[in-house]
Design a protein around this ligand. Structure first.
Ligand code: NDP
Length: 288
């Protein structure tokens, strides 16, 4: 079952803290094995490490590439040589490719999200989108949706920690893409209902619906849900949040966040190897 390590084996890895729970080593090592690629994927906890030294060491070791998770997605930016436009606009990197000694930062969270929608039969260009949240995951999704030509994006957040980021994102998207973006306060129930009513996609990228908020929904009154609304929750634990249960009851099509996780990994795999991850095998093995 394990890959054969040789004198040529190149390293991919995950940096962040904590990392021990990650599914990434399983999915990437199995995909390397299935395609006969001489690479190996490991996890390194950066909790007590100096990130700059770690990145410099990975560069010297000529690794194939690496992933970053919390809290390193933003902290890594000063140590990279270049960024894709999605990573630059988001201000966060989850995948780095070593291109002949140059470290290029990508953000595949948004790509993975849009691919998971396609998989569920939803076309992002088909109508307006309401996005709940303005934290790390929401930023990646907002930027990729705008780059992939969602016509209008309504960002909804409470006036808390990420309120400023919500406004920064909307301004950036309005300036740099053809998408019209605006921001609504989650506490303004009437305005939130109005943006949902004119949307064909509602995405929850807040943490409401998972522990310690499991059983709660960011939309307390689901009466604005209409049958042409696709409701997506990027939470995958639990698989069905209260938001998704309410949406199903209203006759909406729904999807949880499990395949976003799969496809953000698949996008990183393609960036590193130039090959498609054997999605069917990986999905059946780790995501069912
Ligand atoms: P962040 O902490 O960066 O953002 C959390 C967001 O939720 C912020 O907008 C925050 O608002 C909002 N929020 C949190 N608690 C409340 C509350 N009680 N009421 C209203 N708003 C609230 O987290 P991430 O963006 O990294 O993750 C968000 C969710 O997405 C998590 O559940 C995570 O598990 C999931 N996720 C799924 C992925 C996948 O592959 N499927 C990938 C990444 C994340 P404020 O800033 O004001 O607190």
């Amino acid at each position: 079952m394990y890959n054969q390590i040789t004198g040529h084996t190149r390293l991919c890895c995950l940096l962040g803290s904590p990392v021990a729970h990650s599914i990434s080593p399983m999915m990437h090592n199995e995909a390397f094995r299935l395609l006969g690629l001489d690479y190996v994927y490991l996890c390194f906890d950066t909790g007590h490490a100096d990130l700059q030294t770690m990145i410099q060491t990975l560069r010297e070791m000529n690794v194939l590439g690496f992933n970053l998770t919390m809290p390193d997605k933003e902290r890594v930016l000063p140590y990279l040589d270049d960024l894709t436009s999605a990573a630059a606009m988001t201000g966060a990197v989850n995948t780095v490719k070593n291109e002949n000694g140059r470290l290029i930062g990508h953000n595949t969270d948004g790509i993975g999200y849009i691919q998971s929608l396609k998989d569920a039969g939803y076309d992002i260009t088909g109508g307006e989108m309401t996005l709940l949240g303005a934290g790390g995951a929401a930023s990646s999704i907002a930027v990729q949706a705008a780059l992939d030509q969602v016509p209008a994006l309504h960002i909804v957040n409470r006036r808390g920690r990420s309120w400023e980021n919500a406004n920064r994102l909307a301004a950036l998207i309005n300036r740099q893409t053809g998408c019209r973006a605006d921001v609504t306060d989650l506490a303004d129930t009437k305005a939130v209902q109005e943006v949902i009513q004119k949307s064909s996609l509602l995405t929850n990228a807040t943490s409401i619906g998972m522990a310690p908020h499991a059983g709660a929904s960011p939309i307390a009154d689901p009466s604005c849900f209409h049958k042409d609304l696709f409701v997506s929750d990027i939470i995958y634990n639990p698989r069905q949040t209260k938001l998704l249960a309410d949406a199903q009851q209203a006759g909406c099509r729904t999807a949880n966040g499990l395949y976003m996780l799969l496809y953000q990994g698949a996008a990183a795999f393609s960036i590193w190897t130039g090959q498609d991850m054997p999605i069917g095998d990986i999905r059946d093995r780790f995501f069912s």
